[in-house]
Design a protein around this ligand. Structure first.
Ligand code: UGA
Length: 464
């Protein structure tokens, strides 16, 4: 018999929300910590015992400004717990966020849902009373509905609601983004979407998921953050299309930058002008060596694959995907041409390995293929990054690893700025005995000032 939901119990849930977060990767760790900061008791669960042991001892496995302090504070006040014990967490909580990884399979480009399926299978064995299951991982359209069916098949008695609640956290700003969202998207099953809590039908789990989610995010709705309730599929589409749209914007501005280099335009003035049109907006119009990270490349690839599945090709996103691949090759050519047509046996410093500043993440970082391309053309590479070198060492070979910027710049023929770490924008190239060629793939310097200093400087999308 399905567990009964009494009014007293609903009120208890609302006053003492307790949350299980399955998966302590990037999204799970940040979301779980921030939910505890909002005042809820949170159990962050992971199968990786070593990781949980480290988290329990205060070690944060990712570089994310502000996170360590927040974890410490909430562990100390007892609201944030790390454990491998899913059963105990589930029995003590009503809301379960699933934040497991969904990496794309290399051969198909489609997200691998095996971690999500395992989470549902394990949960199915633990469903003795009502739970709201919230999918926060980025998943293909239709996944929430599929997971609902999987749960219902595995446990006919399971009493639950399913919610799609995509995240919009940027690495390096994730704590800020969680605590200051532009919007919160909540996808519900169609009948839940239409329902209001029916106090005469307290056994209907559908209304509860909506009530509980609204309660969880109440600290934001009181600050007028838009909360958009929609159906499960729309919530899933919103996540993919938000990332895809931003990726298209970047690919677009990078291609316009190529044009600027030919026609003597200035990409920064152009981006500012475009951004001043409120219909376009200024964000994600910064030129660079191409977008990377664990999200944009993966999500656009997944959207393209999904479009093909349904025979509705997503050609614009597909073009952005190809444009971004080409971008890295263009950067290699640009560097070689700045080095008078050859990098063979020339020592080149690459500053920045992470896919952007404020993260140690090198996944799909443009710096990696650029380094490999330069090595293939005969260059000797010395590399420096303030936080990501230990990870980068696993993916790059035959590199001289500099312990600081000074060491990286010593005696090099050229310097490539690949990541916009703030410290790379304060370099005094005047102090270097030999004047290296500077190829600034993040436009951190003013070409005029560099010219006056007699520095052979190359940037993107404007005269240098
Ligand atoms: C991105 C989205 O911005 C988040 O909203 C989303 O939650 C996240 O993916 C995700 O799906 O989990 P993130 O991958 O951390 O966040 O990185 P962004 O800061 O968006 O930058 C992505 C890439 O675009 C970087 O390589 C960055 O250098 C590049 N970029 C960004 C540009 O080249 N130009 C810009 O103007 C902005």
């Amino acid at each position: 018999m399905k567990a009964e939901m009494t009014m007293a119990k609903i009120q208890k849930i609302e006053s003492e929300i307790k949350i299980t977060v399955i998966g302590t990767g990037y999204v799970g760790l940040v979301s779980g910590t921030c939910l505890s900061e909002l005042g809820y008791t949170v159990y962050c669960i992971d199968k990786d015992e070593e990781k949980i042991r480290k988290l329990q001892s205060g070690y944060i496995p990712i570089y994310e400004p502000g996170l360590e302090e927040l974890v410490r504070r909430n562990v100390e006040n007892g609201r944030l717990n790390f454990s491998t014990d899913l059963a105990s967490a589930v029995s003590d909580t009503t809301v379960i966020f699933i934040t497991v990884g969904t990496p794309n399979a290399p051969d198909t480009g489609r997200p691998n849902l095996s971690y999500m399926q395992s989470a549902i299978k394990e949960l199915a064995l633990l469903m003795t009373e009502y739970k709201t299951i919230v999918i926060k991982s980025t998943v293909p359209i239709g996944t929430a509905r599929e997971m609902k069916a999987l749960m219902a098949n595995l446990n006919l008695q399971a009493n639950f609601g399913i919610v799609s609640n995509p995240e919009f956290l940027r690495e390096g700003h994730a704590v800020y983004d969680f605590m200051n969202p532009d919007r919160i998207i909540l996808g519900f099953e169609d009948d839940v979407l239409k329902s209001n809590l029916d106090i005469n039908n307290l056994n209907d789990p559908k209304s509860h998921s909506k009530t509980i989610m609204e309660q969880i995010y109440a600290p934001f709705s009181t600050k007028n953050v838009p909360i958009l309730n929609t159906n499960l599929e729309s919530a899933e589409v919103i996540k993919y299309t938000a990332n895809s749209f931003l990726a298209v914007k970047i690919a677009f501005i990078n291609e316009v930058a190529n044009l600027c280099e030919k026609v003597d335009g200035n990409i920064e003035t152009i981006a500012t002008a475009l951004g001043l049109d409120p219909r376009i907006g200024p964000a994600y119009l910064k030129v660079g060596p191409g977008f990377g990270g664990s999200c944009f490349p993966k999500d656009i690839q997944a959207l393209v694959a999904l479009g093909n599945d349904y025979q509705v090709p997503q050609t614009i996103v597909e073009a952005a995907m190809h444009s971004n691949e080409t971008r890295k090759l263009q950067m290699i050519d640009k560097i070689i041409s700045a080095c008078r047509g050859t990098v063979d046996k020339k020592k080149i410093a690459v500053l920045g390995l992470s896919f952007k500043a404020n993260t140690d993440d090198i996944r799909d970082s443009p710096a990696i293929p650029i380094i490999k391309g330069l090595q293939a053309a005969g260059a000797d590479i010395v590399a420096y990054d303030p936080v990501s070198m230990s990870v980068a060492k696993l993916f790059l070979a035959h590199i001289e690893w500099a312990k600081d910027i000074e060491m990286a710049l010593k005696g090099v023929y050229a310097v490539v700025i690949a990541t916009e770490w703030p410290e790379f924008s304060r370099l005094d190239f005047d102090l270097l005995a030999a004047k290296p060629v500077i190829i600034d793939l993040r436009n951190l310097y003013e070409p005029d000032k560099m010219l006056k200093k007699g520095i052979n400087y190359h940037c993107i999308g404007k005269k240098s």
